[in-house]
Design a protein around this ligand. Structure first.
Ligand SMILES: Cc1ncc(COP(=O)(O)O)c(C=O)c1O
Length: 414
């Protein structure tokens, strides 16, 4: 008799997960089953960036690999909360790019990724009877992360109105969100800026108002900064805000330097929260990857010295902003459905006025073009799709071709 799965594994296996659905579309077997030829496939599904990592970053790895002593050292365990030299490089990075002042090594914890750090943070902050608040829509992995083991109650606050406008930064919305928090008292308010999937960047007014409200009763703003460097508008002041007992930030090494597969992330939080993390990390992963910490440190320190880091981040931002404009223009020219113009990040949401899952299936089957159904991001997007331009920064022609194909198909009354 074969061993049985635990109840929780069965529960999650049987649940439809938006993340699993997105990942499935990348599988050639899925495409074959739908009848799409891989050569005709155009994907706007990938939640990843595609610019080149800095040459100096690549050289930092080479330097480790080619040096016997460094390579041997890289093969040793890192301290559980991360290497002090890497924390100092993070402090230098935050100061160079965002002018952050006074961040201390004790306020930083290095982990495997922002995904892993978010999961642990939920478990460290939330009891079963607490509430966690997210905006609707929000990154589709969060509800799932909350649901694994002792979920807190999830409450959502909509930031897209019935005319498909992104309204988070409107004075009326800010007033309403403060009232909502005052009534519900969520322990954690999880915000993403720039956002996945809306591309929204929250204003200082929004973030400060939420922060002031949660500070009154011992709640906390948790800011996911995975796309922080891909911000197309004026840099908000909270991008350089130090952590405190009501403000925690989660950072990813994935997107700014195209290190998605070289897994590394960090948390900026008050020292008592960092200390609480140590047991979770040591029990589940022992320590973060040392080689990635070494390469990050070398690149950041050298590229600050020679001025390359600032230049690289500015140039990267330009690439994504330009690609977002190409995508917006192609959607407007060929598809002509309402969209939300991104203020940063790698995504655009488009309203399709029908069930998003059915729309995506229909479009994929008939055009070979993949969008991501909006339902997994929240009820405001049940009739919308997410279009990712991140993977196509070097292929604007394909963006235009994809939108034209979909536009032609929809024009023919489908
Ligand atoms: C909002 C958001 N946070 C976090 C992540 C994951 O980041 P990491 O690679 O650090 O796990 C993603 C990935 O797409 C994301 O969209």
């Amino acid at each position: 008799m074969d061993v049985q799965l635990s109840d929780i594994a069965i529960k999650f296996h049987n649940q439809i997960s938006p993340v699993r659905e997105i990942m499935n579309y990348a599988d050639p077997n899925t495409l074959e089953a739908i009848g799409v030829e891989p050569k005709d496939f155009i994907s706007f599904g990938g939640g990843w960036v595609n610019h080149k990592a800095p040459k100096g970053y690549q050289n930092a790895y080479l330097e480790i690999i080619n040096n016997d002593q460094k390579f041997h050292y890289a093969g040793g365990y890192s301290p559980t909360p991360g290497e002090r030299y890497c924390k100092e490089a993070i402090i230098a990075f935050e100061s160079e790019i965002y002018g952050m002042k006074d961040l201390q090594p004790e306020e930083i914890l290095i982990g495997q990724s922002s995904t892993q750090l978010t999961f642990f943070l939920f478990k460290i902050l939330l009891n079963k009877n607490d509430k966690i608040m997210m905006l609707d829509p929000s990154y589709c992995n969060y509800p799932l992360q909350n649901n694994i083991f002792k979920p807190a109650e999830l409450i959502e606050f909509p930031v897209i109105d019935s005319d498909f406008n992104y309204i988070a930064n409107e004075p009326e919305t800010i007033k309403n969100v403060v009232e909502f928090i005052d009534k519900e008292k969520p322990k954690v308010v999880l915000l993403v800026s720039p956002d996945n999937p809306t591309g929204g960047v929250l204003s200082d007014e929004f973030v400060n108002s939420v922060y002031e409200e949660v500070s009154k009763y011992g709640g906390v703003v948790v800011m996911d900064f995975a796309y922080k460097s891909l911000n197309f508008c004026d840099t908000p002041k909270y991008f350089s805000k130090k952590p405190d007992g009501n403000f925690i930030t989660i950072h990813s090494n994935s997107k700014w330097g195209r290190n998605l597969g070289r897994r590394l992330g960090w948390l900026e939080a008050p020292e008592y929260i960092i200390k609480a993390f140590e047991t979770f990390q040591s029990a589940t992963m022992l320590c973060p990857d040392r080689m990635h910490q070494m390469a990050f440190t070398d690149y950041v320190n050298n590229s600050i010295k020679n001025g390359e880091l600032k230049k690289y981040i500015e140039e990267t931002k330009k690439i994504y902003k330009e690609t977002s404009e190409v995508t917006i223009n192609a959607i407007q020219e060929f598809i002509n459905l309402p969209l939300i113009k991104p203020m940063g990040g790698i995504y655009i949401v488009v309203k399709v006025f029908e069930n998003s899952a059915k729309f995506v299936q229909k479009v994929l089957k008939n055009t070979g073009v993949l969008f991501i159904p909006g339902w997994g991001f929240g009820s405001t997007l049940t009739q919308s799709v997410r279009i990712s331009y991140g993977p196509l920064i070097d292929n604007h022609k394909l963006i235009i071709e994809g939108m034209k194909r979909v536009g032609d198909f929809l024009k023919n009354g489908n």
